[in-house]
Ligand binder design. Structure first.
Ligand code: NFS
Ligand code: SF4
Length: 653
């Protein structure tokens, strides 16, 4: 349904923009207030059809060159580049961009770790020595009879190679199943060091260098693996060591976590250190008193997007919403400050913040924004920044002039399933391990495992595909692991509570009820997708489900993605052996050689493959069909007498 606004522009019905009721309520209010949000901008900005197909190149200034997707082989670029070269180069640069983001984030965490270990930074400490030891042991670092400082120093030196090494293999590929690692070695795609891979990827895709789509894609896999098994994995592991490994915690999610009578502060971004220090600041007696002196009942700290997902998992901090809601939430008028660091921070936030007199504060030296206030966050004096943010928020509370309208929705569920906890939860403390999961997969109670991850995107109805896809998967006894904005979508839909087990098929439901877990397990932020890789490796190591990740009855999806980082994640899952499906759009011309490589050829090389499907139910069916194919190859298909409810059954129902 479309309506016309006063300028005769058509506006989509808010409930066609989002499945999230509170966001829909704020879209309506924004229009009344004359405030433009991401949803309206998406209507206003038609996607360029040539770019959407990745059928153009601007890598040099003899171009830009563009192609007709209906007849892609009719032309070549001025340099002679074919459509396959051009699409592969564009894709590879997207992978490099996404990998660079995770890698730079991971490097920042590792740098922080180094300075905590050598005593230069005093505001943080190693919180999880158990995890420190287990990560060190996984890299063959001696832990017996050694001090925390000695182990941590060695671990730092070892992990630094993830980024800076120019030759050899990054440390964490040791954690991959042997057969998976052997496939990578055979194909020549074991990453050397993340910086080297990203730089080489950028070099190879500049004009006149690598002009074979297969060779470009190989380097794209190597670059992506340096993210998944490198940049991202180091980020997760170091963040756990410094701030604690998540264990299940009950958390409130949705815009209703804002409190009218409190000073509301939102942290949105990706690096957990800003948020960790913010927790300290909002706990300060002086600042709490200052908020009360201003007439508030106290300070209310909530998260959004991925840093929110990490803090929710580690500390149970309430989460106000995912990517598409970050502008909409300011329309409540109740946000007294929003502080951001890096990644997924829309520049549109600045103008919305201005409309509601909300201080928007950038904190990271790498990410300033016109129209925002910059208060630099420095790990040597973190509270200097975070205290000042609280003070700004209190003074905004004191001078609130806007009408406040906070949507009432609050959903509680359980979050914080780290790989370590899943292992403990399934096996109990004595027989901790993946044996019960594997047994339940082999006996057919659980059909397989799916990772559903990634963003929301205003070009598709917010949360809608996430929820439909996941409901269909669990109904068919597929256990779902979630991260990032996908995790928040499902939390808002009420699927994260153990009571949601009734949405699952009979087999999965039985397992959930026995263990007392929800049918979907939230693992944290996007860098925490590395936890899924580790879980998959643990399933292989446990035995009975093949030798490599490619043998497992698993699949992955990002049905509402928007970020380059999602493509990097998709490519590292594919290179790790997983069938990975994306929705919304895919930057490729179909029926080309490059298309065939991504969607078939990589699987023939022993890796996983890409899939694309806009309809979430169809997406679920493809994932389930793939899981069943893997079950058949493992010879465990007979164990499952329950069949998939197919389309004709559905119609009868
Ligand atoms: Ni992932 Fe996090 Fe969300 Fe997408 Fe952005 S917040 S790193 S990229 S939008 S899931
Ligand atoms: Fe055109 Fe080739 Fe230059 Fe790309 S690299 S813009 S295809 S001439």
């Amino acid at each position: 349904m479309k309506k016309e606004d006063k300028n005769n522009k058509t506006m989509a019905d808010p409930m066609d923009c989002t499945a999230c009721r509170s966001t829909g309520q704020m879209i309506t209010k924004a229009r009344k207030d004359g405030v433009v949000l991401n949803f309206d901008r998406a209507e206003d900005m038609k996607a360029c059809p040539i770019g959407a197909d990745s059928a153009c190149c601007k890598h040099c200034f003899m171009g830009p060159c563009r192609f007709n997707a209906r007849d892609p082989y009719k032309k070549v670029g001025v340099c002679g580049a074919t459509i396959d070269t051009i699409m592969a180069r564009n894709f590879a640069r997207t992978v490099a961009g996404g990998s660079a983001a995770h890698t730079d984030h991971g490097m920042a965490m590792l740098e922080l770790f180094r300075d905590v270990v050598n005593g230069k930074i005093l505001d943080y400490e190693i919180k999880d020595t158990f995890k420190l030891e287990s990560v060190a042991q996984s890299l063959d670092i001696e832990t017996e009879g050694r001090s925390v400082k000695e182990i941590a120093t060695d671990l730092y030196q070892e992990l630094e190679r993830t980024y800076t090494q120019v030759d050899g293999e990054i440390p964490f590929v040791k954690r991959a199943p042997k057969a998976t690692l052997e496939t990578w070695r055979k194909l020549g795609i074991v990453p050397r060091g993340a910086m080297r891979e990203v730089v080489e990827m950028m070099h190879r895709t500049t004009m006149g260098v690598d002009q074979h789509y297969e060779n470009i894609t190989k380097q794209a896999s190597r670059t992506a693996l340096s993210d998944g098994w490198g940049g991202s994995m180091v980020s997760t592991e170091i963040s756990d060591i410094l701030f604690g490994t998540p264990t299940p915690v009950e958390v409130a999610v949705n815009m209703g976590v804002l409190k009218e009578n409190m000073v509301n502060i939102i942290i949105h971004g990706h690096e957990p250190n800003l948020f960790e220090s913010m927790l300290v600041s909002v706990g300060s007696e002086t600042l709490v008193q200052a908020s009360k002196d201003a007439g508030a009942d106290g300070i209310n700290l909530v998260g959004m997007c991925c840093s929110g997902a990490e803090m929710m998992s580690r500390h149970g901090v309430p989460h106000a919403g995912n990517f598409s809601s970050t502008e909409a939430i300011m329309v409540t008028g109740a946000v007294d400050a929003m502080a951001v660091d890096i990644q997924c921070i829309k520049q549109g936030l600045a103008s919305v913040a201005k409309c509601y007199n909300t201080p928007l504060i950038t904190t990271n030296t790498r990410a300033h924004m016109e129209g925002a206030v910059h208060i630099e966050f420095n790990e040597h004096d973190p509270l200097g920044c975070t205290d000042e943010i609280v003070i700004k928020a209190i003074s905004r509370f004191k001078t609130r002039t806007h009408e406040i309208e906070i949507p009432s929705e609050v959903n509680t569920g359980v979050q914080g399933f780290s790989h370590e906890y899943i292992q403990y939860m399934l096996g109990g403390s004595f027989r901790g391990g993946y044996a019960p999961l594997n047994e339940n997969i082999i006996n057919g109670r659980i059909r397989g495992v799916a990772g559903v991850v990634g963003c929301t995107n205003p070009r598709t109805k917010q949360d809608d595909s996430h929820v439909k896809l996941v409901k269909e998967l669990i109904k068919n006894d597929v256990l779902v692991l979630l991260t990032g904005c996908a995790q928040i979508a499902l939390a808002k839909a009420g699927l994260s509570s153990p009571e949601a087990a009734h949405f699952a098929g009979p087999g999965l439901q039985e397992v959930c009820e026995t263990v007392g877990m929800p049918p979907v397990l939230g693992l944290g932020s996007c860098v925490d997708n590395s936890r899924i890789l580790i879980a998959a490796s643990a399933m292989v190591a446990q035995g009975g489900l093949g030798d490599s990740i490619a043998d497992l009855p698993v699949a992955g999806a990002a049905p509402e993605y928007m970020s380059e980082k999602a493509i990097a994640i998709g490519q590292y899952f594919v290179a790790s052996g997983v069938y990975t499906m994306f929705g919304v759009t895919f930057p490729i011309v179909e029926n080309t050689k490059f298309h065939n490589l991504l969607f078939n050829g990589l699987e023939e090389q022993g890796l996983g493959k890409w899939g694309f499907e806009k309809d979430p139910i169809e997406m679920a069916r493809s994932m389930i069909a793939h899981i069943d194919k893997k079950r058949a190859a493992l010879g465990i298909d007979k164990a499952r007498e329950r069949v998939l409810v197919d389309m004709s059954d559905r119609r009868e129902l």
